[in-house]
Design a protein around this ligand. Structure first.
Ligand SMILES: NC(=O)c1ccc[n+]([C@@H]2O[C@H](COP(=O)([O-])OP(=O)(O)OC[C@H]3O[C@@H](n4cnc5c(N)ncnc54)[C@H](OP(=O)(O)O)[C@@H]3O)[C@@H](O)[C@H]2O)c1
Length: 340
């Protein structure tokens, strides 16, 4: 079996660490693992397959002989380093928002649009975490009933902001327990015991950038004809994004059929038995690969409407797992980098 030299850029971050874990857990055929990060982290060690690997600096020259470079170091790093990595011969799978809407760059959820990878030019984008889990759950319904409109409210974990935000929520919990005043640096307000209707920056249209990512990425990946009306909210959960989704479809939906379609869909697990208090929560999704769907019910207030509750691990399917699955599809299809 062919093995690949894999670089992980941003290896010391929340997603980077999860990428290393995911590659290992899924048995991706790795000949060499190359963890890369900023200079200040160079020389640190990460464990991969029981052996220590030394963190190098993500810079020109670091991608020579790399087959696949999984990026999770933020948009600024991706802007500069992804073209360098591609020019040095790696196929880049980028987790940041930097390249997602570039018409030359495929934006891929393997369960939804794997064929978009064909003809890639060396950089492939991983969608936003909230978009990924929403589209994994909606794809089978769209195929059968054609979705016209989505109204979605997200309940997003702090790990979606990165390692510093995880530390901030933990610190505020400790400060609360000790009766000390709470300090907030990553978020503009206290996140503990709170809900912030503010993820990423506010745009001129009154929506946040996170909300517009859900609109634009849904159009690029699933269907430009779907109207998307989003509200993105940060809540004091460490890991796992939840979403209340309302859809309207062209054709009338049969609830039993929707359940069957979802149960058979790749990457989806239906947990929906209210009588037994069975519904998905962020804690249930922690560390899991699937996108969990529950609270399925027709919406009687519109002609063809459905309400659902969708939960996924943002670090896993929302980031690391989706990137590794893209690498798996590339390996299966034998898609080579352009520079070779
Ligand atoms: N967290 C999620 O759920 C999620 C989901 C989807 C996509 N993403 C995207 O993935 C990226 C990383 O997110 P994260 O949550 O892992 O953030 P994070 O925990 O802050 O980790 C980012 C890592 O990259 C390093 N880094 C920063 N600039 C770099 C550079 N120029 N070269 C190499 N390494 C650099 C950081 O070092 P320092 O911290 O020392 O600066 C840190 O180790 C972001 O673009 C984010 O939008 C995150």
């Amino acid at each position: 079996m062919k093995k690949y030299c894999v670089a992980v850029v941003g290896a010391m971050g929340a997603v980077g660490r999860e990428m290393l874990k995911t590659l290992e857990q899924r048995g991706f055929p790795v000949s060499e693992i190359r963890p890369l990060d900023i200079e200040a982290n160079a020389g640190k060690k990460v464990l991969y397959e029981g052996r220590e690997a030394t963190v190098g600096v993500a810079a020109k020259g670091a991608f020579v002989d790399v087959d696949i470079a999984l990026f999770s170091a933020g948009a600024d790093a991706s802007l500069v380093l992804a073209p360098i990595a591609a020019a040095e011969g790696a196929v880049v799978v980028d987790n940041s928002s930097q390249w997602r809407m570039d018409p030359e760059v495929p934006l891929v959820v393997p369960e939804v649009n794997p064929d978009a990878l064909d003809g890639h030019k060396g950089i492939i984008a991983n969608p936003n975490c909230s978009t990924i889990q929403m589209l994994v759950a909606l794809k089978p319904i769209h195929d059968a009933y054609k979705i016209k409109r989505i109204v979605v409210a997200t309940y997003q974990a702090v790990s979606g902001t990165g390692a510093a935000a995880i530390a901030e929520l933990a610190a505020q919990a400790e400060q609360f327990a000790k009766g000390e005043p709470m300090t907030a640096k990553v978020y503009p307000r206290q996140i503990l015991f709170n809900a912030l209707p503010h993820i990423d920056v506010f745009l001129d249209n009154g929506y946040t950038k996170e909300e517009m990512k859900m609109v634009n990425e849904t159009h690029k990946i699933l269907d430009p004809a779907i109207s998307v009306s989003p509200t993105a909210v940060r809540i004091p959960v460490f890991r796992g994004h939840s979403e209340a989704i309302n859809i309207e479809t062209e054709r009338p939906m049969d609830l039993a059929d929707v359940r069957r379609l979802l149960a058979a869909a790749p990457g989806v697990k239906v947990v929906d038995d209210p009588a037994k208090l069975a519904y998905p929560t962020a804690l249930d999704a922690d560390g899991k690969d699937e996108v969990f769907v529950g609270r399925l019910r027709l919406d009687p207030t519109v002609p063809n409407g459905l309400n659902m509750w969708v939960v996924g691990d943002n670090l896993r399917k929302g980031a690391a797992l989706n990137a590794v699955q893209i690498a798996e599809v590339l390996a299966r299809k034998g898609l080579e980098p352009k520079a070779r």
